[in-house]
Design a protein around this ligand. Structure first.
Ligand code: COA
Length: 458
């Protein structure tokens, strides 16, 4: 019962036909104004109802003085008014039959104001409303062009659902994904998690065809058992990457005062994540590196990797990283070696790592990479390119994309060099090819794919 009500409510959150912004402000720069502007300018096609007691129109959209004046039904309410005024608005929303509300307002349990939060949740329960927050920056779902946040507006659509317990970090990362050309299906700021929590969201994203990987920044979970149950079910069908902060004692204490959540012993989290098949990232960079590789939707059948490079040194570095990460840099069978030899001079190496030598151009990369994706002994390919005067980084990137498009095996790439390499990498990112500026990151992303596949088949 709770579960289907929750799913209905989350459908209202991500696919609402109408959204009310309670506390839509007349003044640019105020949170209630910026949320309305994002909603309008990101291209949301449903009905938008700004609610403000003193305004008739904001951003050209007709305003209502209170929720009860809104003529149609309200699927989703975004509430951005001072905390103490929120609970009565919940009662009005309940009267309107609203199923979900995102409470932006701070000033609840995170500052010790538990009674106010309990009052909010009590009224929401009574009225059949599910609450995201309080103390959040909002919700974004790119398939419905819903940007009900006061974060950046130009978020790229993609396949990563990003759930974050930290507000400022979440907003900053939204902006960062834009410059890094990383696509997101959703961003959910969960704040105090007084009602909707990570477990509920996992249950929804598990079924969401637009989401291929879930990335969670968390400081603590409210109900560990339920989280693990939903996580176990989800990792069977799509990967979950968790970045869990508060590893140290002081970090844990900081986490509990930040969002008011319980932060248990870190080793317990690690062990539980592992059991549930959740991938725990060490840091933000790694979390997104892995998510990018999962977004490419090519999965390895095993851990046998072929490294193809024009630089002996990077080949050796990648081999070391592969060994540490559990990827097997295997000796290719003779027929495959013969194939590789066609694309290198006498002094090249057809033993893994495949060294096409510094003479290699895009033609040699194309030949060797195509041979690798065709051969059944190969589970995954890591392509490493160092800029040389005899090769054109852009053409190399075009070949990597061409082979990536033909391949159902995962490919990660590293390109190292100057300006032209930056351009080439931007082209690959733009086209969804997982590319990283150093070998270790390309290896780590590939290893995450292998680990998830191994866990999933258990
Ligand atoms: N219904 C509808 N509108 C109402 C209202 C009500 N019951 N009560 C007030 N409003 C209007 C106000 O008139 C105002 O409109 P105006 O700017 O055109 O005058 C607007 O709603 C906002 O109210 P205001 O009192 O000016 O509050 P504020 O904008 O200064 O602050 C919050 C509101 C929610 C932003 C603030 O209380 C807060 O919590 N800030 C922190 C948010 C945050 O950081 N969240 C976590 C992020 S991770």
């Amino acid at each position: 019962m709770r579960k289907s009500q929750m799913n209905d409510a989350l459908n209202s959150v991500f696919r609402p036909k109408s959204v009310a912004i309670v506390g839509a402000s007349r003044f640019p720069g105020k949170i209630g104004y910026e949320i309305l502007r994002n909603l309008k300018e990101y291209g949301y096609k449903g009905k938008i109802y700004p609610v403000n007691p003193a305004a008739d129109k904001i951003l050209g959209i007709k305003c209502y003085h209170n929720v009860l004046e809104v003529p149609g039904s309200i699927d989703l309410a975004i509430i951005s008014i001072p905390a103490k005024f929120v609970p009565p608005v919940i009662d009005q929303l309940a009267e309107k039959g609203t199923k979900a509300a995102v409470v932006i307002s701070s000033g609840f349990s995170e500052v010790g104001n538990r009674e106010l939060e309990e009052d909010l949740i009590r009224r929401a329960r009574r009225g059949g409303i599910r609450i995201i927050g309080p103390n959040v920056f909002g919700v974004l779902y790119s398939p419905t062009r819903l940007n009900a946040t006061f974060g950046p507006r130009d978020v790229r659509p993609g396949k990563i659902a990003f759930i974050t317990q930290s507000g400022a970090l979440g907003i900053a990362l939204m902006g960062w994904t834009v410059t890094e050309k990383i696509g997101l299906s959703a961003v959910v700021s969960v704040g105090n998690k007084a009602d909707v929590d990570d477990a509920d969201l996992l249950s929804w994203f598990r079924e969401d065809e637009n989401t291929k990987v879930v990335l969670i920044y968390m400081e603590g979970v409210v109900d560990g058992r339920r989280f693990l149950k939903e996580a176990r079910l989800t990792t069977k069908v799509k990967p979950i990457i968790v970045l869990k902060a508060g590893r140290s004692k002081k970090g844990m204490a900081a986490a509990s005062s930040h969002t008011g959540s319980m932060a248990g012993a870190d080793v317990v989290y690690s062990a539980s994540f592992k059991q549930a098949g959740v991938l725990r990232a060490e840091n933000l960079e790694q979390a997104f590196d892995w998510a990018i590789a999962f977004s490419a939707e090519r999965f390895p059948k095993g851990n046998k990797v072929v490294i193809i490079t024009n630089g002996g040194g990077v080949g050796v570095m990648a081999t070391d990283s592969c060994e540490a990460a559990g990827l097997e840099v295997f000796d290719p069978p003779e027929d495959l070696k013969r194939e590789f030899k066609k694309y290198m001079p006498e002094f090249g190496s057809a033993k893994n790592p495949i060294d096409l030598t510094g003479m290699a151009t895009h033609e040699e990369f194309r030949g060797a990479m195509r041979s690798a994706i065709k051969h059944k002994a190969v589970d995954c390919i890591i392509a490493l390119y160092c800029e040389t005067a005899v090769s054109d980084p852009i053409k190399i990137a075009e070949v990597i994309k061409e082979v990536f498009d033909l391949s159902n095996k995962p490919i990660t790439a590293t390109m190292i060099g100057g300006e032209r390499v930056n351009e080439a990498m931007a082209f690959l990112k733009e086209n969804g090819v997982p590319v990283y500026p150093d070998t270790e990151r390309a290896v780590s992303a590939m290893a995450a794919l292998v680990r998830w596949m191994e866990k999933r088949s258990l």
